[in-house]
Write a new protein. Structure first.
Length: 277
């Protein structure tokens, strides 16, 4: 099977595990008993643009006609993954029904692959349940349920453990070198030394580098945006306080800004904001 190309929307996880040899290795980690499974047995069914904001799922694959596995990677835990998984699963089954031309309104029962749902947790150590359930999101008894198995580092050195270690190394290097090419290069160098995700990373180093740089840039933009949101909120609060002091105590703009300990280099900005408030 030909190598898959990455797109700008790929995460490192998606790119790694959409490669046929790694999809098979992942499946064997989850089902070590199925030693006869081949790369051809593992068919990708990853979805595109399922949620209204354009979000896609990380990885979906079907093994023969028996199993559909959906796998998500999370560095920040969110219980909402249970609801997202339900949407992904429904959309995956919809595509399967259409592809197989199954008659859902006929009297003959249709057969579908059994679903298995997984979440690979790559964030900071914390207590997580082994199973996440949709029912954790609603009160009282309900008529719908799904279960998601949480995968963490087991110490066995399998491909899931190696991916989690890859993420740890990446986080460590980013903290040391920031969102830079140096952090990317050091991540890949250390992975090579520790034999993490090898020989795949070595053979696809340029593509993995490009994805990591793209993601670093996206994270950097997000951090700057969040910083500015906080800064704007603080500034808005100071404007309200300054306006109240000016009205209540009949103080000048300069007196209020001095009283609030606003840095002098920001006085002109605040003066304009107060004039337009």
């Amino acid at each position: 099977m030909a190598d898959m190309k990455y797109t700008a929307k790929d995460s490192v996880f998606s790119f790694i595990f959409r490669q046929p040899e790694n999809t098979r290795r992942l499946y064997l980690t989850l089902h070590p008993e199925d030693v006869d499974v081949t790369e051809a047995d593992c068919k990708l069914v990853t979805l595109e643009h399922i949620l209204t904001n354009g979000m896609t799922n990380d990885l979906g694959f079907q093994v023969r006609d028996k199993l559909i596995l959906l796998v998500e990677a999370q560095s920040k835990f969110s219980i909402n993954i249970a609801l997202r998984m339900l949407l992904y699963l429904a959309a995956t089954y919809k595509e399967y029904v259409e592809e197989q031309k199954l008659d859902l309104y006929g009297s003959k029962p249709v057969s579908i692959p059994r679903p298995e749902l997984y979440m690979v947790y790559t964030g900071a150590p914390r207590q997580l349940p082994e199973i996440l359930r949709l029912s954790d999101m609603y009160d009282g008894p309900g008529g719908a349920e799904i279960e998601i198995t949480v995968l963490k580092d087991t110490g066995a050195g399998n491909i899931v453990d190696q991916y989690i270690r890859f993420c740890e190394i990446s986080d460590e290097q980013r903290k040391q070198y920031g969102y830079t090419m140096k952090a990317v290069e050091e991540t890949l160098r250390i992975c090579c030394e520790e034999n993490i995700l090898m020989p795949f990373l070595a053979s696809r180093q340029k593509e993995v580098q490009d994805i990591m740089v793209t993601l670093f840039n996206q994270e950097r933009v997000t951090e700057i945006h969040e910083y500015n949101l906080v800064k704007d909120a603080k500034r808005e609060g100071r404007i309200e306080t300054a306006k109240s002091l000016m009205d209540a105590l009949n103080l000048s703009v300069e007196q209020v800004l001095t009283a609030l300990k606003i840095p002098k280099e920001e006085h002109e900005t605040y003066r304009k904001l107060l004039e337009n408030h």
